[in-house]
Design a protein around this ligand. Structure first.
Ligand SMILES: NC(=O)c1ccc[n+]([C@@H]2O[C@H](COP(=O)([O-])OP(=O)(O)OC[C@H]3O[C@@H](n4cnc5c(N)ncnc54)[C@H](OP(=O)(O)O)[C@@H]3O)[C@@H](O)[C@H]2O)c1
Length: 319
């Protein structure tokens, strides 16, 4: 299967390329040529820029499927579809759980949950914010589906985690749990949390393409429902350490990784995606792999969470 990836060299797309190669598919990558330049030396690369509408490199060739990992704005998607037309068999768009409306959502919500109203006015990716990211993805989904119909597939990941994740959210907890001891948690240890392994997401994508499945699938994990406290304990177990979780008020450290007040967004039903081939890697395996990757890269400073000194202050004040 010949697959064109719009993206493919950072995290989610990178995992999809690795899975494509593992399963004998033939990927071609389209990007600006800035990220992961040394990756996949044997994979053909096309150069262009979605920000400037430069899709000239896509004017020739044909593919069984395109996987659009780097589409955030409807004009991105529209220009890519204009450039590709019917020279792709299937258009698989990587969307997000952020498309779903939050009001009235029940635990166990499936892919038919109402989505937010589409937003089409944002012109630059860097101008997207918490209010427009999801609605802009809604507009992208609508445009892909209306152009390709049964040849459109939408994948809506929740929080994706795994090696090469540069968001630092899960990595913070993996690294912190490995250190052991009293762990400050500015949130509720009983909060449900959903994270999906990037490799599982990639396997779902390749399976959907191989089976030619239309429709929407939200990619959520892990294998068994868990809580934030459970996730930290699992990370500790994977590292061979022992932790004592100490809840502190969320206001003491707002925006902490994986801490959420809207619990129902962390209880989406994985059934449709599992039936279509989403694997269920145990969280302990994902945590061990992230720990190994983080150590191998030398544990650089993280952008999320807090430093040991800041954590000690939280524990002294609230623990
Ligand atoms: N991470 C999560 O938790 C999560 C959750 C839900 C949904 N998602 C979705 O997953 C996708 C993000 O995955 P990722 O960033 O890890 O994917 P990726 O495909 O591994 O990396 C992004 C790729 O896009 C290319 N790119 C960036 N800007 C570009 C431009 N203007 N023109 C052409 N190519 C461009 C980059 O290469 P160059 O820099 O070389 O151009 C890179 O290859 C998004 O669709 C996001 O909404 C992620």
């Amino acid at each position: 299967m010949r697959i064109l990836l719009l993206g493919g060299t950072s995290f989610v797309g990178r995992a999809i390329v690795e899975e494509a190669l593992r399963t004998g598919a033939e990927p071609t990558l389209f990007s600006r040529g800035r990220t992961g330049t040394g990756l996949f030396p044997d994979v053909p690369r096309l150069t262009g820029d979605r920000d400037t509408g430069d899709y000239d490199a896509l004017r020739g060739g044909s593919w069984d499927a395109v996987v659009d990992v780097s589409g955030y704005l409807p004009h991105h998607v529209g220009q890519a579809m204009d450039a590709l037309g019917d020279r792709v068999g299937r258009y698989l768009f990587i969307s997000s759980n952020a498309v779903y409306a939050r009001e009235g959502v029940q635990p166990g919500a499936d892919e038919d949950t109402p989505r937010l109203a589409p937003v089409r006015h944002v012109r630059r990716v860097q101008d997207l914010d918490n209010d427009t990211y999801g609605p802009s993805k809604v507009a992208c989904e609508d445009d892909v589906t209306s152009r390709y119909g049964d040849r459109a597939t939408i994948v809506r990941p929740g929080q994706v985690v795994g090696p090469h994740d540069h968001s630092d959210a899960f990595t913070y907890w993996v690294r912190r749990a490995a250190r052991g001891g009293r762990v400050a948690l500015p949130g509720d240890p009983g909060q449900p949390v959903q994270v999906v392994d990037s490799r599982d997401t990639a396997r779902l994508v390749l399976r959907l393409l191989a089976d030619g499945r239309p429709g929407a699938f939200h990619a959520v994990g892990p294998a068994e429902p868990t809580t934030l406290g459970g996730l930290i304990e699992t990370c500790a177990g994977a590292a061979g350490s022992r932790v004592e979780i100490v809840p502190v008020p969320p206001e003491a450290a707002p925006g902490f990784p994986l801490v959420r007040s809207d619990h129902v967004t962390q209880q989406r039903d994985p059934a449709r995606a599992r039936a279509a081939g989403l694997p269920a890697t145990p969280l302990a395996v994902t945590a061990a792999d992230v720990l190994a990757w983080d150590r191998e890269r030398g544990e650089p400073p993280l952008t999320r969470g807090c430093s040991p000194a800041e954590e000690q202050r939280l524990l002294d004040r609230h623990g």
